[in-house]
Design a protein around this ligand. Structure first.
Ligand code: PAN
Ligand code: ZN
Length: 196
């Protein structure tokens, strides 16, 4: 029998801070602009932005203990406001290594969106993610989050412990769409149309 069946877990209860993105006693990963090379459609705007500074784009604190098949992992993420060549700051994005693994996102603060791209059907959906939003990310779906407001976007993601993260496919070919600011509002564009 594998898994977690005792109640003396250090992570049985934890406090989290929506403002800082920290979960007490848990490691946090920081992604700065320099870590996101290739993630923004306008490569020139990216290099120009990097020449001006290297801001924190997002952080994720993850509770990912060793696991059995039925266990859950979760992460608290904060995506900061900003844009590169009009494209809003966003997370790298990934598919789950175990493609069937779904995920629940709970919006805690701020305003933004999730870009979902089905590996199976090729469909794209841009759905709202912000305070009061819950998003169900089905299996076989590449997903990333986008801050479309002027304040930090904070959310919790809860996923099967066996999900794993596959960043390779997105790093190689990227999402087919980008979310950019046009006249003060977020607009979904085909990456190819953005370049044109
Ligand atoms: C989330 C993500 C979080 C950061 O917890 O890990 O939004 O995005 P990247 O992992 O793409 O950098 C999640 O989807 N976990 O499965
Ligand atoms: Zn995920």
């Amino acid at each position: 029998m594998t898994g977690i069946f005792a109640l003396d877990l250090p992570w049985l209860t934890s406090r989290f801070d929506v403002a800082t993105g920290a979960i007490d006693g848990v490691p946090s990963v920081q992604r700065y602009l320099a870590d996101l090379r290739g993630c923004f459609a306008d490569a020139r705007a990216y290099e120009a932005a990097l020449a001006r500074g290297n801001p924190l784009v997002y952080s994720v604190a993850s509770v990912e203990p060793a696991h059995g098949a039925g266990d859950l992992h979760y992460g608290l993420a904060v995506v900061h406001p900003g844009r590169v060549g009009g494209e809003y700051f966003h997370t790298k994005g990934h598919l789950h290594q175990w493609r069937e693994a779904a995920e629940i996102y709970l919006g805690l603060a701020g305003e933004g969106a999730m870009l979902l791209e089905s590996e199976r059907t090729g469909e794209t959906r841009l759905v709202p993610l912000g305070e009061g939003h819950v998003v169900y990310v089905p299996g076989y779906t590449a997903h990333h989050t986008i801050n479309t407001a002027a304040v930090p976007l904070a959310y919790l993601g809860v996923y099967p412990a066996a999900a794993g993260h596959d960043y390779g496919a997105i790093a190689d070919s990227n999402f087919r769409s980008v979310v950019v600011e046009r006249d003060g509002r977020p607009v979904l564009l085909e990456r190819a149309a953005f370049h044109a």
